[in-house]
Design a protein around this ligand. Structure first.
Ligand SMILES: Cc1cc2nc3c(=O)[nH]c(=O)nc-3n(C[C@H](O)[C@H](O)[C@H](O)COP(=O)(O)O)c2cc1C
Ligand code: SF4
Length: 445
């Protein structure tokens, strides 16, 4: 059993006053920033590289490597920015909101460390519009950091100006995509940009910009507290640290858990420390392992470790850590229809395969679910999905951004792994799980 040896990211959650400057400082807060300000910026990036910290926003990209793409000031004299992705809208994912609520100064200290390393004097935190309470806690923490001489003209007394602003989104999932986020920050419609150029070179207002997830940045104080080697060692071969995952669906004890990367999916679902298994008499049918855009797993694939590279052989991904368990009473066709509707509604409409393909897939899945489908619909469904993003996943779809893949890959994985369920709907001309209270779902019903 791979129980977490030591809490890293959540160790102070729930302790009295932890969300305030006083509480944070009493437990050693801002001491790592102080330490880092004595180092050379390049040294800081090297430590982050050594720690094997990988982005927690979904792609698992190595953080130190991303920082090193920012051109030197000799090559590019424009200002540089740090943008924190606190949009957290991937269905099944709820971890960043708890960092903002329970330990906002941990992320703010991380921001100080990252901005100093990058030479960025401005940081924008782009927070999900619906985060009313977390945003209020964060706003208060930012004000406290200014009032206590952390941010402002001098970063903790060092001759380095740093200003930090929170910007609230307006409820669009696409604004979590890093370039859409930058467009939105610039006051424009959240339409993703074609890459390259990548934000590290041409980002916010045309200047070099690093976009990092909340959890990624909140890990920095821990790395400098105990060292990059320690952080790397407590993780997996190429992924340092621990992970926050959100367990939901038919488990007895859903929640947001900090896990060792050595923990398996099975342990997460069944262990008493975590999910405690399924309700009496139920068994696992399917698991979405990394937010709804991650290709689905079957009950036979649960030995996978919860680290970034372990999901590749299963043609899935660790993603944003949103783990959704479906039991044997679940209609997987209906579940996929729910997922497909989401991506159809959230497509920004810039690229034809995504704009037209996502609603088309949603309509075909609905047709099958309602018993009106034909066998040929399954081929059409796979063909439409394939035109958006090829299967098996190669990491690059046919669209401007990865929302195309996010909608197409689940469809391909569900149909491939649960084909019999789809065929049963077609041959029986009804949902074998019975009538459902559909309600009104708008255009993509
Ligand atoms: C459609 C879409 C939505 C995304 N939503 C989020 C999000 O809510 N939060 C997040 O951190 N990353 C999100 N990402 C990933 C970001 O584009 C980006 O990779 C991430 O913020 C980088 O941070 P990291 O390197 O620290 O993971 C999304 C990507 C796509 C394609
Ligand atoms: S893939 Fe979809 S969401 Fe992304 S830019 Fe194209 S249309 Fe917009």
């Amino acid at each position: 059993m791979s129980v977490l040896q030591e809490k890293v990211m959540t160790r102070d959650w729930g302790k009295p006053g932890q969300h305030t400057f006083k509480g944070y400082q009493e437990r050693g807060g801002y001491q790592q920033l102080k330490k880092v300000l004595e180092m050379q910026p390049a040294q800081i990036t090297d430590e982050v590289k050594k720690s094997n910290l990988r982005g927690r926003g979904g792609a698992g990209f190595p953080t130190g490597l991303k920082w090193s793409f920012v051109p030197s000031l000799e090559k590019n004299t424009k200002p540089r920015y740090l943008a924190i992705n606190a949009d957290e809208s991937e269905p099944g994912t709820a971890k960043d909101r708890f960092i903002l609520e329970f330990d906002p100064h941990l992320m703010l200290e991380g921001i100080g460390i990252a901005c100093y390393a990058l030479g960025a004097h401005t940081c924008y935190i782009y927070a999900r519009g619906e985060f009313k309470h977390p945003s209020a806690v964060l706003e208060n923490a930012i004000a406290e950091a200014y009032a206590n001489g952390i941010f402002g003209k001098k970063l903790m007394g060092k001759d380095f100006e740093l200003n930090v602003y929170q910007v609230r989104g307006a409820g669009a999932y696409i604004c979590g995509e890093e370039t859409a986020l930058l467009e939105s920050l610039e006051g424009k419609k959240g339409w993703p940009r074609l890459k390259p150029p990548f934000p590290a070179v041409v980002g916010l207002f045309g200047c070099p910009t690093v976009v990092n997830n909340v959890e990624t940045i909140a890990a920095l104080p821990r790395i400098f507290e105990k060292g990059a080697d320690w952080f790397s060692k407590i993780g997996a071969a190429k992924s340092g640290g621990t992970r926050l995952v959100t367990l939901s669906g038919t488990v007895k004890r859903p929640g947001t858990y900090e896990v060792s990367m050595d923990t398996s999916m099975k342990e997460l679902i069944f262990d008493k420390e975590y999910g405690q298994g399924l309700p009496e008499g139920r068994s696992v049918k399917a698991v979405i392992p990394g937010g709804s855009s991650a290709p689905v797993l079957t009950a036979d694939e649960l030995d996978v470790k919860l680290e970034f590279d372990a999901f590749k052989p299963l043609q899935s991904m660790a993603g944003s850590g949103g783990i959704i368990v479906m039991d044997d009473s679940t209609c997987v066709v209906r579940s996929l229809w729910r997922v497909a509707r989401f991506y159809a509604e959230e497509s920004c409409g810039q690229c034809t395969p995504c704009r037209e393909g996502q609603p088309w897939m949603a309509r075909l899945i609905r047709k099958i679910e309602e018993g009106r489908g034909e066998m040929a619909d399954l081929d059409t469904l796979m063909h439409v999905a394939q035109s958006i993003a090829p299967w098996p996943p190669i990491g690059l779809g046919n669209t401007i951004c990865a929302l195309g893949d996010a909608g197409a890959l689940p469809v391909q994985s569900f149909v491939q792994k649960f084909r019999k369920d789809f065929e049963d709907h077609i041959t029986q001309k009804r949902c074998p799980h019975g009538d459902k209270p559909w309600g009104s779902y708008g255009e993509f019903q």
